[in-house]
Design a binder for this molecule. Structure first.
Ligand code: NAD
Length: 457
């Protein structure tokens, strides 16, 4: 139905704008809590993470990992002859994986009797939205509109040779050379992917070290491991892009580097524009929806979750934010759930992997907090030695000097992406060194590196 009224059929308990991790997961939780829900999604269920981010990149990185393992397999006594990479097959596998997961999300929503409408939502008032001329109403609305790549105001940045993570995932061949602007998480993952497959990769990073979100030692090890396959221009600020030539300034007088393609990966920005959010009086600052620890906005009945809040631009943070918002809705504001940001694990899925959770050594120094830090090579784990030999990697643990509570765990090396959640749980539960010592870790596993470091204190 069109026009200015909302029919009974279009009234829901909860409208969720955005079907990404912040939205679809919240829909499942809210449906389980008995709410009648509408999800509005303008593109594909699953959002950027499933369709154009985490999942496609991890599928391609898995292909690169297999390629690398096959090439290096003689060390293990396995002779495979000539190894070659067939990008088309890897690409098809990526598409198949994304489709399977997307239909998984759709069927879960269907099972929960969630209504899904395709289109762009715009706000008519605080409890009514319009999607393609049809109006929908609800007493509760969750905004989960995600983020988009940031394109900095650099001359030439919008040229056709400059790709974002979105376009590079559609590339139909392995480029001969690639210039990556921004050595953050996205830049390093793509640098690792393509350099493993033979592309000549140069990363141009403004700061003195790559991946500033990681612990400094972890970031340095990652860079040292990638160096050789990847050229890093650090402390280099991009001034101009001519086609696919990137001009930068640095302490050495600057320079330029040309690639077949340029990847722009200098961060992402919340999507909050073009929906009439300001018109209904929503508090938006620096482009992000302002939320409290319950994910409430300044408007009663409207919550926000995920990248659009600008708080922690990670799919797993979005899941939790959505759950906190739903818990608040279902409890009528009386629940205890709140969003905590102290122990959100971060992972870089490069080859090798890097991961961290909690306080970093540099954060402690900056805050003048008294901590003790211990670090051991990954080779203290028998499983690591068996599988990765002398590949450099380490485990690093930060504890409070007085209480001996775990504050941070930072890892570099194979399989650390699968371990880090456990370290996060220990930090969330405020475990102290002696508590961790009582835990039994499966042997032999790479996770034992945490146990080994704990006995160093
Ligand atoms: P980022 O913030 O991680 O890194 C951007 C990098 O670009 C920084 O190192 C910054 O110093 C650098 N930079 C900024 N302007 C520059 C310039 N003009 N010249 C050179 N360097 C410049 O951003 P991203 O890598 O684009 O990722 C975007 C978001 O997506 C992040 O919040 C990230 O956490 C998230 N993400 C996470 C994962 C993961 O968890 N594995 C994967 C992909 C994306």
């Amino acid at each position: 139905m069109g026009g200015g009224t909302v029919s009974d059929a279009s009234i829901f308990d909860l409208i969720i704008v955005g079907g990404g991790p912040g939205g679809y997961n919240a829909a499942e939780r809210a449906a389980a809590g008995g709410l009648n829900i509408l999800v509005v999604e303008k593109e594909h269920l699953g959002g950027v993470c499933l369709n154009r981010g985490c999942i496609p990149t991890k599928t391609l990185l898995a292909a690169a990992k297999h390629y690398k393992i096959a090439k290096d397999s003689a060390d293990f006594g396995v002779n495979v002859g000539d190894v070659s990479m067939d990008w088309k097959t890897a690409f098809k596998r990526k598409t198949k994986t994304v489709r399977a997961l997307r239909s998984g999300v759709a069927s879960k929503l269907k099972k929960h009797k969630v209504t899904v409408v395709e289109g762009e939502a715009s706000f008519i008032d605080r409890s009514t939205i319009d999607v393609g001329g049809t109006r929908y109403g609800a007493s509760k609305i969750l905004i989960a509109t995600g983020s988009r790549p940031f394109i900095p105001p650099i001359p030439g940045a919008e040229g056709p040779g400059v790709l974002t993570s979105r376009e590079i995932l559609d590339i139909d061949h392995i480029p001969e050379s690639l210039v990556v602007i921004g050595g953050g998480v996205i830049g390093v993952e793509f640098a690792s992917l393509f350099s493993t497959l033979g592309t000549t990769v140069t990363v141009v990073e403004m700061l003195p070290e790559i991946v500033p979100s990681l612990d400094g030692d972890v970031a340095a090890l990652l860079r040292e491991r990638l160096q050789g396959e990847v050229t890093f221009k650090l402390g280099a600020r991009v001034e101009k892009i001519d086609g696919t030539t990137v001009h930068f300034s640095d302490a050495q007088g600057g320079g330029s580097v040309t690639g077949e393609a340029v990847l722009m990966s200098v961060g992402r920005r919340p999507v909050t524009d073009g929906m009439g959010l300001e018109d209904i009086g929503l508090d938006i600052r620096r482009g992000a929806v302002v939320v409290d620890e319950k994910m409430r906005t300044n408007l009663p009945g409207i919550w926000a979750a995920g990248d659009c809040t600008g708080k922690s631009l990670l799919a797993h943070s979005a899941y939790r934010m959505g759950e906190v918002a739903v818990a608040d809705m279902l409890s009528g504001g009386q629940g205890r759930d709140r969003m905590r940001y102290d122990a959100i694990p971060s992972v870089v899925y490069s080859l090798p992997e890097a991961a961290g959770v909690g306080l970093r050594e540099a954060d402690a120094e900056k805050a003048g907090r008294k901590v003790i830090v211990k670090k051991l090579p990954m080779q203290y784990s028998g499983r690591y030695l068996a599988e990765y030999g002398q590949d450099p990697g380490f485990g690093k643990v930060v504890i409070d000097a007085e209480t001996r509570a775990l504050l941070g765990v930072h890892l570099a090396g194979g399989q650390c992406s699968e371990i880090i959640w456990g370290a996060g749980a220990l930090i969330e539960a405020e475990f102290r060194v002696d508590d961790v010592r009582e835990l039994i870790f499966p042997h032999p596993t790479v996770s034992e590196i945490v146990r080994e470091v704990i006995w160093e204190f």
